[in-house]
Design a protein around this ligand. Structure first.
Ligand SMILES: Cc1cc2nc3c(=O)[nH]c(=O)nc-3n(C[C@H](O)[C@H](O)[C@H](O)COP(=O)(O)OP(=O)(O)OC[C@H]3O[C@@H](n4cnc5c(N)ncnc54)[C@H](O)[C@@H]3O)c2cc1C
Ligand code: FES
Length: 254
């Protein structure tokens, strides 16, 4: 059951020129959250729609969110001060099932943050994380802390593997075995992760991003085609049935 709560801003810091880490005092939301779930954040008076942001981590009733400034809502959020109140609805959606498994985490850009907490709960975690260039890399130290191997890839080769997260992931897949792949990022990356998992004969969970309204399954804004066990296509909600799905449920080419 989600809570709607006014949460106190404990800290807000820039991770790079357009990415911020927000620490909120979030009582029940933090206590009940699971890795891969998200919260719906109210981003200023006059903006009716809350903005969905994944939970990066929780600790001691605190929520750690990492977000990029994309438009007016996230820009408003990036200008909060310590002790400001932010209205948060959550925890929402279904998360990853990485606990007690050997997992390869594949993340691209701002899809990287929700994988961190899931990696902490895995029996064994490796990560392949892709960014545009070195000055866009985020959370590298955090993933090094919780993963046995954390490979960074950059599109321009300015840090780590020259290429995408999938190029880094393929190096790990060539040398190690996993029970599960968990991926979050742009749709082409999710599709490539799903294909790599199918080739390796292991399950894959992907976290999907869709525009949202209510965040709780009531408005249909986030409806997407999904595939059931018999291959039949039906419509489900990313906010309620996801955002994390098993890859075989996802219709990648709609
Ligand atoms: C389940 C989920 C988890 C997410 N987790 C994160 C995260 O951890 N960090 C992060 O930086 N971003 C995350 N996003 C994307 C984030 O919600 C958008 O960047 C944000 O809503 C943009 O709002 P805005 O007002 O700044 O931009 P605007 O473009 O002005 O937004 C206009 C409207 O479009 C919606 N919208 C715009 N872009 C997106 C998008 N990419 N996805 C969904 N709705 C969008 C907004 O919510 C708003 O209703 C997530 C999205 C989803 C669906
Ligand atoms: S956002 Fe309203 S149904 Fe998903």
């Amino acid at each position: 059951m989600p809570y709607q709560q006014d949460c106190t801003v404990l800290n807000l810091q820039a991770l790079n020129s357009h990415t911020y880490e927000l620490l909120l005092e979030a009582g029940g939301i933090a206590e009940e959250a699971r890795p891969g779930q998200f919260v719906n954040v109210s981003c200023g008076e006059g903006r009716l729609l809350r903005r969905p942001i994944s939970i990066c981590e929780t600790s001691a009733m605190q929520l750690r969110l990492v977000f990029e400034v994309r438009g007016a809502g996230t820009e408003w959020l990036s200008r909060r001060d310590i002790d400001d109140q932010v209205s948060v609805l959550g925890p929402l959606g279904r998360g990853f099932d990485a606990e007690d498994k050997r997992v390869l985490f594949i993340g691209g850009g701002i899809g990287v943050p929700p994988l961190l907490w899931a990696a902490e709960g895995a029996e064994h975690a490796d990560a392949a994380l892709g960014f545009a260039r070195a000055d866009r890399v985020i959370l590298a130290d955090d993933f090094s802390r919780v993963c046995t191997r954390a490979l960074i890839a950059t599109d321009d080769g300015s840090m780590g593997v020259h290429g995408t997260a999938m190029d880094a992931a393929n190096r790990l897949l060539a040398e190690h075995t996993y029970d599960l792949i968990c991926a979050c990022g742009p749709k082409p990356l999710l599709k490539a992760a799903a294909e790599a998992a199918a080739k390796a004969g292991i399950p894959c969970q992907v976290s999907m991003e869709e525009r949202m309204g209510c965040g709780v399954g009531a408005c249909l804004v986030c409806a997407v085609p999904l595939r059931d066990k018999n291959g039949q296509v039906y419509y489900g909600h990313v906010c309620k049935d996801g955002p994390v799905f098993f890859a075989q449920e996802v219709v990648f080419d709609d």
